[in-house]
Ligand binder design. Structure first.
Ligand code: DX5
Ligand code: ZN
Length: 223
């Protein structure tokens, strides 16, 4: 059976003055999740959105929202993201000294729990928590900015994470974020990922529908 590919456009690269229109366009063109990149200017050297953005997008489309928290102390905001309507809440392993507690708290608030790994963090740090996770996010750029170059070493990490997921026997999404485009999508999928985050390749391309189609086609071509 062919595996299903999920697409999660990141609104970080959207035109904020046309956000409603652009979010509707990705939703109508097969987005499986809307990926919201939350940055605090501390964990990463940039600022972006907060939970209000999740609530606004939620009012705009029915597509489930996947919030990627690139912030220190995410525990403090779990309740806010639940109230705002996030479907998946992803935290960074590097920002969570008590990751097990954080993941439990996300679940207690009725959301799916994801854990993201920076490029320099090895996949094996998730060995003792994997059975609790709904999503693993492999960062293939250093988080903070859209439009960066894909770090190829990430391909081996995707494969390692895929093996770990298979061994766990659990249904866990394997998401990749950073430098995903029509050129890199195929290799990302062949190494075992199933969920593609793309920002600049979708919103920066001018033609959202075409970009969505091209990336999905490149990904599905190797199934
Ligand atoms: C990086 C963010 C990404 C980013 C991806 O800090 O987590 O979601 O928007 O942007 P592209 O697809 O342009 O690499
Ligand atoms: Zn992201």
């Amino acid at each position: 059976m062919k595996k299903r590919i999920y697409m999660a456009p990141s609104i970080l690269s959207a035109d904020l003055l046309k956000l409603k229109e652009e979010v509707r366009q990705v939703a109508e063109n097969g987005a499986d999740f809307i990926h919201i990149d939350v940055m605090d200017g501390h964990f990463v050297p940039n600022l972006s959105f907060g939970y209000n953005m999740v609530a606004s997008i939620k009012r705009c489309v029915k597509t489930p929202i996947d919030a990627h928290l690139m912030i220190n102390n995410p525990d403090q905001y779990i309740e806010n993201y639940a109230q705002a309507g996030a479907h998946i809440l992803t935290v960074h392993q590097e920002a969570c000294p008590h990751l097990h507690r954080t993941v439990q708290c996300i679940h207690q608030h009725g959301m799916k729990a994801g854990v993201a790994l920076n490029p320099a963090t090895a996949v094996h740090v998730l060995e003792d928590i994997i059975s609790e996770l709904d999503l693993i996010l492999i960062m293939t750029v250093n988080p903070g900015f859209g439009g960066q170059k894909f770090i190829r070493r990430g391909l081996q990490k995707i494969a390692a994470a895929q093996r770990m997921i298979e061994t766990s026997g659990k249904q866990i999404l394997l998401q990749v974020d950073g430098g995903v485009n029509r050129e890199t999508a195929a290799e990302i999928i062949t190494h075992g990922a199933d969920t593609l985050v793309a920002g600049s390749a979708i919103f920066g391309a001018g033609k959202i529908a075409q970009a969505m189609r091209d990336i999905r086609a490149a990904a599905e071509d190797v199934l």
